[in-house]
Design a binder for this molecule. Structure first.
Ligand code: F6P
Length: 548
């Protein structure tokens, strides 16, 4: 593997990065009135404007050279063709096959995976129709009214984010609830108001070994059996989604209650598979298919648009520019549509579990910054919380602003005010306000010179804070599918440029292993350790306080 930092394009970008840190976006916009037209892309009901980034045409050319140098197009072709692009786990990465709406085959180890995907979609459809249509009923013969999804991480965040985003769009006869935390408070809260006779539990776990999920599942099973006094009723109320059906069968699930996913479906990219069953149960199968259609639209765009007009590629390149060459350590995702209130949390897992890596494909430490710390929440709420930092804090935080042209729930006057803020914030972050303007404004307000002198430096905003803007027609299953796929491909392209293994997550293992050992030590009268003095001290203190 060649050292990417020695490549011509990398060195040119590094030199440019040092120079661009001294430029101001205001000057770039003054010098080029066509920036918006040049640095924006419209595709599938989404407009992507990256003009408010500290880039020039030369920067974009350099970033595209870098993309060509690492051969993003060949890697993209490899992923879509089912090659083992998950290098450390020797697996294909085929979330794109799950939403392949064409009749093109996709081969893994020489076998077309499309027939099994279609068969599983058909099984999901029939199940969803039986449950929603009242054909599948609970043990007492009552209709299912509540779906409870039990899973964690990639087996939970996607379905919950999507159902939260689309819940306003239908007059829904079904309710959906999510349990991920092993803290008993959550399961107790979710189950308390439910009637066990009308609940369907979907246990989602790729491995079917995840402790949090299995613990919550057993508690839910006990709750149901306690209400019915009959172990045999579980089959009417529990289905499993997993890539390890044998593990689900060991837990008592009959084969016909198990929906299958496969090794090549990564957890954080799995909502398109049967892991999306809670989405389909809640919204109906048609909406689930529209979600797949939207993602497929984006897959087509990603595969076919030239690199410079390719939204996922440009979103990735601008992110690389900000993280690696301008050394911004974090990246905020700020939706201005209430429907997307979980989008930042979802993207946090997708991006940070994928590109939060510090060794390259060869296992060597990388000398540059890779995936940013992803954070954020609804932008309008953020304005009254952390935007102070975005405007005047010491660190530059590149932000993605995501908004919709049409609200799904129009309430007179609300959307205009929301969107006025959406546009104003990216503008304010860019233009800032300088000393002269601050003084003039305070004078206009009749303030004394003494007062102005005291306040002026506190009111200056230097501006020059980079933002992307994503404007969707409205949040629908189709546009949401496209939006999620846009970010998924961004993650993929960035991983190729940084030469990190985007599809493993070894970093989550050590903590899990240590927890398994410590769990035994927390039993009454069990010995603690040996550990470092801090961990032993904390565990002993916990046990002493608990047991006295
Ligand atoms: O947090 C680590 C992780 O392995 C995620 O990648 C995964 O989505 C999650 O745990 C849940 O795993 P499973 O689907 O096997 O229960």
């Amino acid at each position: 593997m060649s050292d990417i930092t020695k490549s011509k394009s990398w060195r040119a970008l590094a030199a440019q990065g040092a120079e661009m840190k001294n430029r101001h976006l205001n000057d770039l916009f003054r010098a080029d009135p066509d920036r918006f037209a040049k640095f924006s892309i419209e595709m599938q009901d989404i407009l992507f404007d990256y003009s408010k980034n500290l880039v020039t045409e030369q920067t974009i050319d350099g970033l595209l050279d870098l993309a060509r140098e690492v051969d993003v197009e060949a890697w993209r072709a490899r992923m879509f063709s089912g090659a083992q692009v998950n290098m450390t786990e020797d697996r294909a990465v085929l979330h794109v096959a799950l939403r392949n709406r064409s009749n093109e085959p996709i081969l893994v180890d020489g076998a077309d995976v499309m027939p099994q995907i279609k068969a599983e979609l058909a099984a999901m459809k029939s199940f969803v129709e039986r449950v929603r249509g009242g054909d599948w009923r609970g043990y007492s013969g009552k209709r299912i009214t509540d779906v409870v999804s039990i899973g964690i991480g990639g087996s939970h965040l996607g379905p919950q984010m999507v159902t939260e985003a689309l819940k306003g769009s239908k007059n829904n006869p079904m309710r959906v609830h999510y349990i991920s935390n092993v803290d008993g408070t959550q399961i107790a809260d979710v189950l308390r108001p439910l009637n066990p006779e009308q609940v369907l539990f979907v246990i989602s776990s790729k491995t079917f070994t995840t402790y949090e999920t299995l613990t919550n599942m057993r508690t839910a099973m006990n709750w149901l059996v306690a209400s019915s006094f009959d172990q045999s009723v579980l089959d009417k109320h529990f289905v499993a989604v997993t890539a390890r059906p044998e593990n689900a069968e060991k837990e008592g699930f009959p084969a016909e209650n198990i929906f299958q996913i496969w090794d090549w479906v990564g957890g954080r990219f799995s909502l398109w598979s049967a892991i999306g069953l809670p989405i389909a149960l809640y919204l109906g199968f048609d909406s689930f298919e529209e979600l797949l259609d939207g993602a497929h639209d984006m897959d087509q765009h990603f595969q076919n648009a030239p690199l410079g007009e390719n939204a996922p590629v440009m979103l990735a390149l601008v992110g690389v520019w900000n993280s690696t060459f301008l050394e911004a350590q974090t990246q905020a995702i700020l939706p201005y549509d209430q429907s997307l209130h979980m989008f930042s949390a979802y993207m946090q897992q997708a991006e940070m579990e994928s590109n939060g890596k510090s060794v390259n494909w060869d296992g060597a430490d990388v000398p540059y910054q890779t995936g940013a710390i992803i954070w954020g929440q609804l932008g309008i709420n953020g304005q009254h919380a952390f935007y102070q930092y975005l405007h005047q804090g010491k660190n530059i935080v590149p932000c993605d602003f995501i908004g919709s042209i049409e609200s799904n729930t129009p309430v007179k006057g609300h959307h205009e005010y929301l969107m006025a803020n959406f546009f104003a914030q990216t503008q304010a972050l860019m233009i800032g306000i300088d000393e002269e303007e601050v003084r003039a404004e305070l004078r206009r307000k009749g303030k004394s010179e003494r007062y102005i002198e005291r306040l002026v430096s506190h009111k200056i905003h230097k501006g020059n804070r980079p933002t992307n803007t994503l404007l969707l027609s409205r949040i629908s299953p189709r546009t949401l599918g496209s939006l999620i796929a846009l970010y998924e491909h961004k993650i993929f392209v960035q991983g190729i440029i940084w030469q990190v293994c985007s599809f493993d997550q070894w970093g989550v293992e050590l903590g899990k292993q240590l927890a398994m050992n410590i769990q035994g030590e927390l039993a009454p009268k069990a010995a603690t350790g040996p550990h470092d003095s801090s961990t032993t001290g904390l565990i002993d203190y916990f046990k002493q306080q608990r047991d006295t």
